[in-house]
Design a protein around this ligand. Structure first.
Ligand code: SF4
Length: 436
């Protein structure tokens, strides 16, 4: 009977938290957990549908695992497994493919973990009855930060996105469990909880008394727990309400940091993407946050190379972001996804142009980040330090998401200290000194 398992995750924070839950199930069933890269009897790959060349990446990872141990029993799950199970089943060496509904019930589907000639596929259609499975995960290196899943799925229909197909309709963790799980993480020594979901802002739960609860209700309850830090991982602009901004402004727990997907600064492209806001709305939101919470860190997701993105449309995005007071960008290069509306649209952008636009926006992001760091020079901000690195430095993040570095000192690890930024000449990190 196999006794050891290693797991690997592709994709988002939500996937990481779900892999941790799977690891917990193996642990509870008596398995030894091995690091990814170590030899193990079973290997689980939790895939993502957003990854470019998902198929190629899966093959490469599986080949390298089997290269270390040809007898490893290979399980593939996650969004790509839900969307293209048979494509995965054809990859040499794959033993079991589990869809979204089957992922957390893997011990119901297999017990012997014996390699056979053919792979088994268990998937079912995603629908509104799809269950919610609680998940949380921690930083691999430290117990500094935990990702807590509070919502799954999405009811939006952005024209480029396959996530609703892979994860189903929006559904939310009941508020009592969210609070209990947050308390457990706090008791476990975590200093920061990051709330995750596919569309976290769309949190919607009706409790036993019939009261309908939204994200703000969960945030208010979490705020009462005196958690040192809470971050909202990402929130759609149309769901970031004034109440949420005011709570973050007044709270001692919530970090002054938002990550707000924009996707395009060109009005026409935004419409084609079927986003639920326009450029003016987004701009006003960013200006309002800056006014209410000066120094707030603001990250922006943006996609380049969407169909129909002419030079003029790309320049619209560039100039919009150039002047917008945000602190960094996450740049994604558009790639065609089966079964999306965007794949049928005219105006395909050449791959080299996509790459070049991505490079241009990444450079802009570095400049914006460095400027944000410089604007914070001289400020004292609370930093949560992580683990000491091999270069004998320790890194951490301020509440407003500035990465800082200072000389290692064991007392700093997984603790929060006031820190003054004195040197901010790089976008990679700022330096400074502990002031308390
Ligand atoms: S909001 Fe749009 S991009 Fe985000 S998961 Fe839902 S459909 Fe996809």
């Amino acid at each position: 009977m196999p006794k050891s398992v290693s797991l690997h995750t592709l994709g988002c924070k939500l996937n990481y938290s779900e892999t941790s839950t799977l690891a917990g199930k193996f642990h509870n069933n008596g398995f030894d957990l091995k690091e990814y890269g170590e030899k193990s009897d079973i290997f689980v790959l939790n895939t993502c549908s957003v990854t470019d060349n998902a198929d190629k990446e899966c093959r490469q990872i599986i080949r390298s695992v089997l290269g270390r141990n040809p007898d490893t029993y290979i399980i593939v799950t996650g969004c790509y497994a839900q969307l293209q199970p048979h494509e995965i089943a054809e990859i040499h060496g794959v033993d079991l493919v589990l869809g979204a509904n089957e992922k957390f019930k893997l011990f119901d589907y297999v017990n012997g973990f014996e390699k056979k000639e053919l792979s088994c596929v268990f998937t079912s259609p995603i629908n509104e009855a799809t269950e919610f499975e609680y998940a949380y995960s921690s930083d691999v290196e430290s117990r500094t930060r935990a990702f807590l899943k509070i919502q799954d799925g999405c009811d939006y229909n952005c024209s480029f996105c396959t996530i609703p197909l892979a994860r189903g309709a929006s559904r939310s963790q009941d508020i009592t469990s969210v609070i209990e799980n947050a308390k457990k993480l706090l008791d476990g020594g975590y200093k920061e909880i990051v709330l995750t979901g596919v569309n976290t802002g769309d949190y919607n739960f009706t409790d036993s008394s019939g009261k309908n609860l939204k994200l703000i209700d969960v945030l208010r309850e979490l705020d009462k727990l005196n958690i040192p830090r809470i971050r909202i991982s990402s929130i759609e602009p149309n769901l970031l309400t004034d109440e949420i901004i005011q709570l973050v402004k007044s709270s001692n727990s919530f970090c002054s940091h938002f990550h707000i997907p924009l996707q395009s600064g060109d009005p026409e492209t935004l419409k084609l993407m079927r986003r639920r806001y326009n450029r003016d709305f987004y701009e006003n939101l960013i200006l309002k946050i800056n006014e209410e919470i000066p120094g707030c860190g603001i990250g922006v997701d943006v996609i380049v190379g969407f169909p129909g993105e002419t030079d003029e449309r790309f320049n619209n995005t560039y100039s919009f972001l150039d002047t917008l007071p945000v602190s960094y960008l996450h740049v994604f290069t558009y790639s065609e996804r089966r079964n999306t509306h965007a794949v049928t649209m005219p105006g395909r952008v050449g791959v080299n142009i996509r790459k070049e636009r991505s490079r241009i926006l990444r450079e802009l992001s570095n400049r914006k980040k460095q400027k944000f760091y410089q604007d914070n020079a001289g400020n004292v901000n609370k930093v949560l330090f992580e683990t000491i690195r091999e270069d004998n430095n320790i890194y951490g993040f301020t509440e407003n998401y500035i990465k800082v570095r200072t000389t290692a000192n064991a007392s700093l690890e997984n603790n929060i200290f006031p820190f003054e930024i004195t040197v901010a000449d790089s976008w990679k990190f700022a330096e400074g000194r502990i002031t308390g």
